[in-house]
Structure formats: structure tokens, C-alpha cells
Design a binder for this molecule. Structure first.
Ligand code: COI
Length: 349
């Protein structure tokens, strides 16, 4: 692989005490082009603008997908990646659905390791920090016919990060707009899923909410996700999350929470969760917790859920299950807890 190192690192000028999510980027990026029917040799180059023409296909038709993953420094200063193969597999599931050529394992895995090795000092050894990794693929052909592209760019950028949500999470159950419908691309990390969510999220924000709880497209009766997170409830001491369908993203944090909860002998149910059930559980004082999970947010408690005119305040427990699970989750990510599922890997360079 060709590696061109930056001659001017931005590291010493970066204010690590002020890192709003997704605004600061490490020195290098990986780029790999797909053309002539094949992925070419990747390159690592200084982070910076990517040249493209106004006719670049992704700008017109949104043929574009991404992933979110994280790296951590352990107590011996080694970089640990969390569930990288699961992100690769999900990227390729998204690629298939968006008719994008799948990325070969070697390009993704070894490219990522080399990029992280080069920018290792951007990954801070401190429990408040992680290095957020954003792999993405977009249609890069100069061609505005509405058809799949014959050229793509696979890029990985990284961004030092602290917390995603800095305030309480107050959500409102959405009954008009829909994030994803059956048969669509809701299960994929398609860029357009996020674009379509911004307008309804803005309306919710203007009413004082952090995010929306998405409900099913057909009846708006069943809960699907919350903002960009998978959603969870503790009802009557059971951990409940909507079961995966083709309109719900198969979160890697979601899957990790299920496994950790099973290990803790916490009963987990993956099934349909209706808005009515939630309201009823609250009425009967059986709704004990609500939280969201995702790579960026990790495991974040929800403060309140609003349905029409009713605001449900989620009880603040002294030792919530979400915190118990989060502590184990983060200790596994940072290499401090037995990694029985082999989720964590060190760099191979
Ligand atoms: C992630 O958690 O990595 C996500 O994909 C959310 C992102 C839209 C910030």
C-alpha cells in the first residue's frame, strides 16, 4: 500500500478538551477506488479534500453507505479495535442492498490497521476518549444517469471523540414521519436514511426534544429505533428491545448488550414493542428504564418519552441495568475485562 505522510501534523494544535462530536479529524485517511470492475490498491494520504466533479453520482442519487466504529487505547498503550469484522460485514450488507461492490476483507481490515497505526497518537489513553472511525463508500462516477455507478470510492477517516449527547435525552414518539418501511433500506447504513430523518428531527428539536422515537411505517404503533440509536426498555425487570426486521439497523452495540445481559442472567426479549404496552407499563409502574445504544452514543439513558400530550419521566434508579451493562461493555472495549466473545483485536502492524 502506498502511504503518503503529512508534513504538517495537526495533532499538537488540536484542543482535546474541546471535541464536539464529528468536527475534528486525524491527520490521515485511507482511499481506495473502484474502477474497471475492481477495487484498486488502497492509499493512505493526508486528510483533506477529495476532488470530484459536479456530476459525481452520489451527490445526485445518494448511492452512499457508511459505518461507525471505535478504537481505544488500553492501559499498555496498545490500540484496540472493537468488533471490526462485524462492521465490515455490515458495510458489505449495506453495499449489497445499495448495489455497491462489496469491499474485500483485506482492503478494509489491513487498511484500517495501517491507518490507525499511523494516527495512533490521535487515540488518547483516557476513559473519556475514543477514536471514532468512519468508513464509507460513495458512487464516484461522473455520470448523472439514474443508475448504479461504475466507479466508487471507499474512504476511512477517523475522529477523536468524547461523548455524543452532552445533555439529557428527551424523545418524542413520532406518528407522522417514518424512518424506514419494510422492503426499503432501513436495515442498511445508507446515507439517505439519515438525510430523511433530519427534517422530522428538526421539528422535534424545535419542540424541545433531543430526538424522535421512530415507529413502524404502517400503523405507527410499534417502536423501532430512537434517533440514530437502537432502543431498549426495562419493563418488570426484563430487558426488551424491538426485534430486528428489514427496517431496523442491526446495531453492533445492540448485539453486545444482548450477550452481556445474558451473561448477567438478565432476561432479554427481542420482540415487537407497542406504544400501548409502554404507556400501560408506565401506568402500572413497571417501566423501570429506557436507553439507547449505538457506536457513537454507546449506552445512553433516556430521560423522558413523550407520547402525544403525555410526558413519561423515566425513573432514575441508583443502579440501573443499563449502567451495569455499560460498565462491562466499556471494560471489554478497553481490554480490562475477559473478552469471551473475541470482540477486541490489537493492530496487526
Ligand atoms: C453510530 O453510532 O456510529 C452512528 O452511525 C450514528 C451516527 C449517525 C453518528
Amino acid at each position: 500500500m502506498k502511504i503518503i505522510k503529512t508534513s504538517q501534523s495537526r495533532l499538537s494544535k488540536t484542543d482535546f478538551s474541546n471535541l464536539p462530536f464529528g468536527r475534528v479529524f486525524s491527520d490521515h485517511m485511507l482511499i481506495c477506488n473502484f474502477k474497471n470492475n475492481k477495487w484498486q490498491t488502497p492509499e493512505i494520504v493526508p486528510y483533506g479534500p477529495i476532488e470530484m466533479t459536479p456530476a459525481t453520482q452520489a451527490l445526485h442519487y445518494g448511492q452512499s453507505i457508511f459505518e461507525g466504529m471505535k478504537a481505544f487505547k488500553n492501559d499498555s498503550n496498545e490500540i484496540l479495535l472493537f468488533r471490526k469484522k462485524d462492521n465490515l460485514n455490515r458495510l458489505n450488507r449495506s453495499a449489497k442492498r445499495l448495489s455497491i461492490p462489496e469491499i474485500p476483507n483485506e482492503i478494509f481490515l489491513s487498511g484500517l490497521d495501517q491507518l490507525l497505526h499511523l494516527d495512533q497518537n490521535w487515540c488518547i489513553k483516557d476513559d473519556n476518549y475514543s477514536l471514532y472511525i468512519r468508513p464509507f463508500i460513495f458512487a464516484s462516477a461522473e455520470y448523472i444517469k439514474a443508475c448504479e455507478s461504475d466507479e466508487y470510492k471507499f474512504v476511512i477517516i477517523t475522529s477523536p471523540t468524547t461523548t455524543y449527547y452532552t445533555n439529557d435525552i428527551d424523545v418524542i414518539i413520532e406518528e407522522k414521519y417514518t424512518r424506514a418501511a419494510s422492503g426499503g433500506v432501513g436495515f442498511a447504513k445508507a446515507s439517505g436514511n439519515y438525510a430523511a430523518s433530519f427534517y422530522p428531527a428538526k421539528i422535534a428539536k424545535n419542540k424541545g426534544f433531543t430526538q424522535i422515537i421512530w415507529t413502524d411505517a404502517k400503523e405507527h404503533r410499534y417502536i423501532e429505533e430512537a434517533g440514530t440509536m437502537n432502543i431498549w426498555f426495562v419493563i418488570d425487570s426484563k430487558l426488551i428491545t424491538p426485534k430486528l426486521t428489514d427496517s431496523i439497523l442491526a446495531g453492533i452495540t445492540r448485539d453486545s448488550v444482548i450477550k452481556i445481559a445474558n451473561d448477567l442472567n438478565i432476561e432479554v426479549e427481542e420482540r415487537e414493542v407497542s406504544v400501548d404496552e409502554l404507556i400501560e407499563a408506565n401506568k402500572n409502574h413497571k417501566l423501570q428504564e429506557a436507553f439507547g445504544t449505538g457506536t457513537a452514543v454507546t449506552i445512553s439513558p433516556i430521560n423522558s418519552i413523550t407520547y402525544r400530550d403525555e410526558k413519561i419521566l423515566i425513573p432514575k434508579k441508583s443502579n440501573p441495568k443499563s449502567l451495569e451493562i455499560k460498565t462491562i461493555f466499556q471494560n471489554i472495549q478497553r481490554g480490562r475485562y475477559p473478552d469471551k466473545y473475541s470482540w477486541v483485536s490489537k493492530l496487526s502492524v
